[in-house]
Design a binder for this molecule. Structure first.
Ligand code: FE2
Length: 338
């Protein structure tokens, strides 16, 4: 459900209230962090442009923009997986942006080739293992299918967009046939049928149900720096591998932003998008969820820095994730990965 409409920084209005038709910038955001407000306030201070925000899940926001059509007040769509951006793009909801600032600051593999969307932060999906039970943890995504790990692996459902994007990257790197064999192997190695979110895969290591898990790094860091039930107390038991460091690199996804096709305030929207590539915005945006900045050279937050450095897969390109999603789903279904 759409929960809050933040008008400026203080007033919370009911869902039914329409956004005001001012020369503001209106953001439909699938990110749910109050700390985003700090970035928006800095943008307003720098430019005089007010920021209005509607929050919701990606599918709800896409449906809403479709329903609103040409009358949509949305200028910017903001979501947390390149797969979602692809869906919005397929629905004709995004407009291309040709900005030297964006094209220079955001690396090619983190944005749409024709500027339909741009990554704002990087999220790494990696391999975790029980230090006391796994002597030779998998070093690559491909290793997860090795029969030596039979009965050991926990990974969430194939309906999850993160796994669909991971599979899409494997299709891009190895081809469809190899991707199918990989999925069969991982399915055969599962410690249990997929259940829960990324945090639950890490909890499975702590509880002893899983020896090896796949999850995004920020779920671990949430447990490390905060207090996550069933994880924080025994988090020392968990080790990690940055996969494919001797090959194409670690699978990374993006939180991303796009100009909408019907944006009432396109110039302000592009100014907002460019502001999001400043060191200030990049630092804040990535830090609040322990993600990695999209812009090279921006200092890492304390949490992610504590995990060490890795080479991301910058050969595949996040833009192929959505394009391969149909094939990914077919393969998941064919091998019986729920
Ligand atoms: Fe997530």
């Amino acid at each position: 459900m759409l929960k809050h409409l933040h008008y400026g920084l203080t007033t919370v209005l009911a869902l039914s209230t329409a956004l005001p038709a001012l020369a503001d910038v209106n953001i439909y955001s699938a990110r749910h962090y109050d700390s985003d407000d700090e970035i928006y306030a800095a943008f307003t201070e720098a430019t005089g442009i007010e920021v209005n925000r509607i929050e919701g899940d990606s599918d709800e926001l896409i449906a809403r923009m479709q329903a609103e059509g040409a009358n949509s007040p949305a200028d910017i769509f903001l979501t947390v997986d390149a797969g979602w951006m692809w869906r919005a793009d397929q629905a004709g909801l995004l407009a291309p942006v040709d900005s030297d600032v964006l094209n220079t600051r955001i690396p090619e593999f983190l944005r749409h080739p024709d500027g339909h969307w741009f990554g704002m932060s990087q999220r790494a999906r990696i391999i975790w293992y029980a230090k006391d039970r796994v002597e030779n943890p998998p070093q690559t995504y491909e290793d997860l299918a090795d029969p030596q790990y039979a009965g050991q692996i926990c990974i969430r459902s194939s309906t999850n967009v993160y796994n669909q994007s991971l599979m899409s990257s494997i299709i891009a790197a190895n081809g469809e046939e190899a991707a199918r064999a990989w999925a069969e192997g991982v399915r055969a190695n599962m410690a249990r049928d997929p259940q829960g979110g990324d945090t639950d895969q890490l909890r499975g290591i702590v509880s002893g149900e899983c020896d090896i898990a796949v999850a995004n790094t920020y779920y671990f860091l949430r447990g490390l720096t905060g207090d996550v039930d069933g994880l924080t107390d025994s988090i020392d038991q968990i080790g990690w591998v940055w996969p494919n460091q001797n090959g194409r690199g670690t699978h990374t996804n993006v939180a991303a932003m796009a100009l909408t096709a019907n944006a009432p305030n396109p110039d302000d929207a592009v100014a907002f998008m460019e502001f999001m590539t400043t060191e200030f915005a990049q630092t804040h945006f990535a830090d609040q969820n322990n993600e990695y900045p999209a812009v090279p050279g921006v200092p890492l937050g304390e949490g992610v820095a504590s995990m060490g450095f890795f080479i991301p897969d910058n050969t595949t390109g996040t833009a192929v994730y959505g394009a391969n999603a149909g094939k990914a789903t077919e393969i998941f279904n064919a091998v019986g990965w729920p």
